[in-house]
Design a protein. Structure first.
Length: 404
C-alpha cells in the first residue's frame, strides 16, 4: 500500500531539470494542441494551520500577506499557461492542499472569479474542494453551492480522539461528524480520508472508524496506510509500534463492499456513480494542469512540478519565469510502464486493446511476461485486460516495483 495519492503520482522518480524555455516547449510547438486533451485542473492551496506529524505535503502556516501573494502569483501562472495552452475547457477541477478552507472568504471569492474568467467549465463538470473539519464553515458550503462545486473531500483520518491527538490533527471526532453531516446536508457528494497503520492502532479501533464512516452515509471513502516520510516528526518512529496494516486493509476490503462501497482503486471505495472522476483521469494517464506551489502537470508526455515553497514559486513568476522545479519528457516506453502502473491501481486494470494501440503489442507482451512471474491469485488476465485481484491490491507495491 502507498501513502496518500496526492496530486502528483510518485510511482516513478522524476529527473530534476529546470525548463525555462516554456512549460511544455519541448513537447509542443503551440498551445492549440493541448486544448482538447487537457481537461483536468488541479489548484494547490499551500496553507495549513500547522503540519500534522505524518505530513510531507507542500504546506506551511500562512504568514501576513501570504494569501495575497499566493493569489497574485497564481494569476501570473495562469497567464503563462494560457499563453501556451489556450483557454482550457474543464471536465474536472480539484482545489486541494494544504487546507483550502484556510483561505479567507475574500480570497475565496477572488479565486472563484479568477477560475471562472480563465477556464471554461464543461456542462456537468466535477469540481472538488478539500476541507478540514476544524476550518470548514457554513459560509464555505454556501459559497461553494453558489459556485459550481459538486464534491467535498474532508480530511477526517480517524474517528478516535486519541488517534487524532497523536497525529496532531486540530479536530476531534464530534467536529468531524458535524463537518461531514453539514456537507451532506448541503447537497454535496462527500468523500473522507482515513489513515490506517497508525502507532498502536488496533483492528477494532480501525473497524470502529469505518463503521462510523458508513453510518454517516458518505459517498466516497479513501484509505491510506501510514507512511513514515523523511522530514516529518514521525520519520524515525519505531517500526515495532506499527500494527498489521495488511490485516486492517483486508478488513476494509471485506467490510466496505458489504455496505455499498465498491473498491474501484487501490485506496478508494465509492457508492455507484460517486467515483472521483478527477483522480480516475490521473490513473488513466490523462493529461492535467497543476497550478500553485508544488503542483504537477502532465501534458503531451511532459511532466513538470512547480517549486514547493510559496516564496520560490512567487519569485519565479515575478520574474516572468515558469515556476518549474522539475521536468521530464517521457518516451513511449517509459509512458507505457507508467500507464501500466497507473492502470493497475484501478479495478478496471489494463485494457488490452487500448494499451496495445497506444504503446504497441511488444509493450503489452512485456507487461504480461512480468505479471506471469506473480502468483495467479494476485491478478486476472483475459481477453479484455489485466487486473489485480483484491489479494493483488494488498501487495500492489511489490507488483508496481517490478513494472517500473
Amino acid at each position: 500500500m502507498t501513502n496518500k495519492f496526492s496530486q502528483t503520482d510518485k510511482n516513478t522518480q522524476k529527473a530534476a531539470a529546470r525548463n525555462d524555455g516554456g512549460f511544455f516547449s519541448d513537447a509542443r510547438g503551440s498551445g492549440a494542441a493541448g486544448r482538447a486533451s487537457c481537461r483536468s485542473l488541479y489548484v494547490h492551496v499551500p496553507f495549513c494551520a500547522r503540519k500534522c506529524n505524518y505530513c510531507a505535503f507542500e504546506s506551511a502556516p500562512p504568514r501576513e500577506g501570504d494569501f495575497g501573494l499566493w493569489l497574485s502569483a497564481l494569476r501570473r501562472e495562469i497567464e503563462l499557461r494560457s499563453a501556451e495552452l489556450g483557454k482550457l475547457s474543464l471536465d474536472t477541477c480539484y482545489v486541494g492542499g494544504g487546507t483550502p478552507t484556510a483561505l479567507p472568504p475574500l480570497i475565496w471569492d477572488e479565486l472563484i472569479e479568477t477560475l471562472e474568467k480563465s477556464f471554461d467549465f464543461a456542462p456537468g463538470a466535477e469540481v472538488t474542494v478539500e476541507a478540514n473539519p476544524n476550518s470548514l464553515r457554513a459560509e464555505h458550503l454556501l459559497a461553494w453551492r453558489e459556485w459550481r462545486v459538486t464534491r467535498v473531500s474532508v480530511g477526517v483520518q480517524s474517528f478516535d480522539g486519541a488517534e487524532l491527538e497523536m497525529m496532531g490533527r486540530l479536530h476531534g471526532p464530534a467536529q468531524a461528524r458535524d463537518a461531514l453531516s453539514a456537507a451532506l446536508a448541503a447537497g454535496f457528494s462527500v468523500s473522507a480520508d482515513f489513515i490506517f497503520g497508525l502507532p498502536h492502532q488496533t483492528l477494532e479501533n480501525w473497524a470502529r472508524t469505518l463503521r462510523e464512516a458508513v453510518r454517516i452515509g458518505l459517498s466516497h471513502i479513501s484509505l491510506y496506510q501510514l507512511s513514515l516520510e523523511e522530514g516529518t516528526p514521525w520519520e524515525n518512529l519505531p517500526r515495532e509500534t506499527l500494527p498489521d496494516g495488511y490485516a486492517q486493509y483486508r478488513w476494509a476490503q471485506w467490510y466496505l463492499p458489504k455496505h455499498g462501497y465498491e473498491q474501484y482503486e487501490v485506496a478508494n471505495f465509492a457508492r455507484a456513480g460517486k467515483e472521483s472522476r478527477h483522480n480516475l483521469n490521473y490513473w488513466r494517464e490523462g493529461e492535467y494542469l497543476g497550478l500553485g506551489p508544488g503542483a504537477a502537470s502532465y501534458i503531451d508526455g511532459a511532466w513538470t512540478k512547480n517549486f514547493g515553497t510559496l516564496r520560490e514559486y512567487a519569485d519565479a513568476l515575478e520574474e516572468g519565469l515558469p515556476p518549474v522545479r522539475e521536468s521530464e519528457t517521457l518516451d513511449t516506453e517509459a509512458r507505457g510502464r507508467e500507464a501500466a502502473v497507473l492502470a493497475l491501481r484501478t479495478a478496471e486494470g489494463i485494457k488490452r486493446a487500448d494499451f496495445a494501440r497506444r504503446f504497441g503489442e511488444a509493450a503489452l507482451s512485456r507487461i504480461e511476461h512480468i505479471m506471469n512471474g506473480f502468483p495467479k491469485n494476485l491478478y486476472e488476465s483475459d481477453g479484455r485486460g489485466i487486473r489485480l485481484t483484491k489479494s493483488g491490491m494488498r501487495v500492489a507495491n511489490l507488483i508496481w516495483e517490478e513494472l517500473v
